[in-house]
Design a protein around this ligand. Structure first.
Ligand SMILES: Cc1cc2nc3c(=O)[nH]c(=O)nc-3n(C[C@H](O)[C@H](O)[C@H](O)COP(=O)(O)O)c2cc1C
Length: 208
């Protein structure tokens, strides 16, 4: 199949929530959710914190698989533990997954990024990789978190006048965090939506 990440809705410069699957030198397979940035039709970048199986496996094997899904069970099971052995296929992809692509590492560098709340900046590695195979089993678009933050912010905004001051303050804190994330990873229309909500909150006399 042609290697073009736009076929699964991935745009250059945008980040998507995926499940990366890897194996170690003994062939033990592992799955973990990881944010993957599309850096070209056949290129990706991700930043992974030290101490994870995923980073160890990518560093030692110099390859990984990116699984595209909206299945919350796969996300929570691979965050809170590992997926069961029989849920992996021999090429490391997840059984029954809608789409996946195989990556080969082209560079591994210490991260220096400072625009997020993670304190230990030197505890992560930035991985650049080429996509060497793309498989689409059914229609799916990679998941971008921006839209969810817009809906959550709108939902909170619609209740703003109905709640007490402490809850208002917690909505404002949530909004600030949502704004930070959407600015970083969201689509233009999501950023526009967050600006519109911000204006409305400011009109009510609150600083966001
Ligand atoms: C949606 C989502 C996205 C994540 N993105 C990243 C990421 O980009 N980099 C990272 O180091 N950890 C990320 N994590 C956290 C890892 O998935 C988590 O630390 C996991 O337990 C690592 O598992 P492992 O030790 O099996 O590799 C993310 C978690 C979630 C739920």
């Amino acid at each position: 199949m042609q290697i073009d990440l736009s076929l699964i809705g991935m745009e250059k410069g945008k980040q998507y929530e995926t499940i990366i699957t890897t194996h170690n030198s003994e062939g033990v397979q592992n799955a973990a959710p990881i944010g993957v940035i599309c850096s070209g039709p056949d290129k990706v970048v991700c930043r992974i914190f030290k101490g994870s199986h995923t980073l160890d496996n990518i560093c030692s094997q110099r390859e990984f698989v990116v699984n595209i899904t909206h299945n919350s069970e796969l996300f929570y099971k691979s965050t809170l533990g590992n997926l069961p052995e029989d849920q992996f296929i021999s090429d490391d992809s997840i059984k029954g997954i809608q789409a996946y692509f195989k990556c080969e590492v082209t560079s591994l560098k210490q991260a220096v990024k400072r625009s997020d709340p993670i304190k230990k900046k030197d505890e992560a590695i930035v991985i650049k990789a080429d996509v060497v195979e793309l498989n689409i089993n059914s229609d799916v678009k990679a998941f971008n978190r921006g839209f969810g933050h817009v809906i959550e912010s709108l939902s909170n905004y619609s209740r703003f006048d109905l709640v007490d001051d402490a809850k208002k303050q917690s909505y404002i804190e949530s909004f600030r965090e949502a704004k930070r994330v959407v600015r970083k990873i969201g689509y233009r229309e999501d950023i526009k939506a967050m600006k519109a909500i911000e204006e409305k909150i400011k009109e009510k006399g609150y600083d966001v």
